[in-house]
Design a protein around this ligand. Structure first.
Ligand code: KG4
Ligand code: ZN
Length: 362
């Protein structure tokens, strides 16, 4: 079975094609067209511009993905698309593309939740000869850290999600982006902060770690972000004649902020491990590209940390495919795979809580 995946939840247009045969998965193509250059002058993603860019880019990108996979549209057996959450103008483009293909080819359309996609980016490392469903041992604890989400999710089995902790205000990636903006470093902020942090002193500023002693698994990043803002304003007042923040100051703020953000993630993940004792721990989402996060988690957590390959940390269509394959596998029994008639994009979408979807019998 050949599956085409479409991802347009934010500012990346992406198509991927994978094959699923006898429970084994292989990725045949994954192309991502990033709109960073379009949005960076605005310091963030402009939703309508993003939709327009998806529309401009999708036909050549789809053609290139099919060529990469050496596959014709006529050989696609199912299509998957990110249905939400995300920017609605952007989601509407991707779901409209997927619906059109589903209608034209009369094939199933599998809606995928964006966070579900990020979680399943970890299954893209499955060896070709290994069963996809057996690749990572359950129960799983997943830390999803992206520009829109910071969540700890417990999974008893495939496609079965329970959110056990999440941010009460900003997402972790959003805090990276906002701190970068305060320092006038450009967008997206995460990779820039991570790069400058290498040259800074992580103890230069003792930024707060909000909610660390809250006794629950909730996160908060807005107090940390405000503390950085105060430090920047104070420095700007001191430097008023020069107007420019020094390189040293910027590097130290980047390193101290990153240290605080990762401390918060570490602390809550450790508490969740103690509480839930998962067999596997995984991290996903754009912020999981952060090397300092990867190193700190590997050094300080009591169990192996599974991370996606770097190319699958940001938004991409390949990450929809493992979940789509597993959903299609139980299509007959549970009717979850849908058609162009039923799938609707939604900016806010709860993670599918799959009481209706029994886990695969292992
Ligand atoms: O998952 P993603 O590509 O899109 C969303 O679903 O939001 O995540 C994007 C976020 C941005 O906030 C970006 O600044 C952050 O991931 N990010 C990073 C790094 N690379 C991307 N944050 C910290 N360190 C990085 N290396
Ligand atoms: Zn994402």
């Amino acid at each position: 079975m050949n599956i085409l995946a479409v991802e347009t939840s934010c500012d990346d247009t992406s198509f991927a094609i994978g094959s699923y045969e006898k429970g084994c998965f292989s990725l045949r193509a994954n192309l991502v067209s990033s709109q960073t250059e379009t949005h960076s002058p605005y310091g963030g993603v402009v939703p309508n511009l993003s939709a327009r860019e998806h529309l401009k880019r999708f036909v050549p990108l789809l053609a290139a993905a099919l060529a990469d996979a050496k596959c014709k549209l006529a050989q696609i057996d199912a299509v998957a698309a990110t249905a939400g959450p995300g920017l609605i103008p952007s989601l509407l483009v991707g779901t409209a593309i997927a619906k059109t293909i589903s209608f034209y080819r009369n094939i199933p359309l599998v809606p995928i939740h964006h966070i579900e996609g990020h979680i399943y980016s970890n299954w893209l490392s499955v060896p070709a000869e290994e069963k996809l469903s057996k690749f990572i041992e359950f129960p799983v604890l997943a830390l999803v850290v992206s520009g829109g989400h910071t969540q700890l999710i417990y999974m008893k089995g495939h496609l079965n999600y329970k959110i056990i902790g999440e941010t009460l205000d900003d997402a972790c990636g959003e805090a990276f982006d906002k701190v970068a903006k305060m320092l006038d470093l450009g967008y997206p902020g995460g990779p820039i902060i991570a790069k400058l942090a290498k040259k800074g002193n992580p103890s230069a500023f003792n930024f707060p770690r909000p909610m660390m002693n809250s006794g629950n698994l909730s996160f908060s990043f807005s107090g940390l972000k405000t503390a950085v803002l105060y430090a920047v304003k104070k420095e700007q007042r001191k430097q008023s004649e020069k107007k420019q923040l020094s390189e040293n100051f910027i590097n130290d703020v980047a390193a101290s902020f990153q240290e605080a953000a990762i401390d918060i993630l570490l602390d809550k993940t450790l508490k969740a491990i103690t509480k839930k004792r998962p067999s596997s721990l995984l991290v996903a989402g754009g912020v999981s590209a952060n090397m300092h996060l990867r190193q700190s988690f590997a050094a300080k957590l009591p169990q192996t940390v599974i991370v996606p390959q770097l190319k699958y940390t940001g938004d991409n269509a390949a990450m929809l495919l493992p979940a789509a394959c597993l959903r299609l596998e139980r299509h007959g029994a549970h009717g979850y795979a849908q058609s162009w008639k039923t799938v609707a994009a939604a900016a806010d979408m709860p993670l599918p809580i799959s009481k209706k979807l029994p886990t695969i019998a292992e």
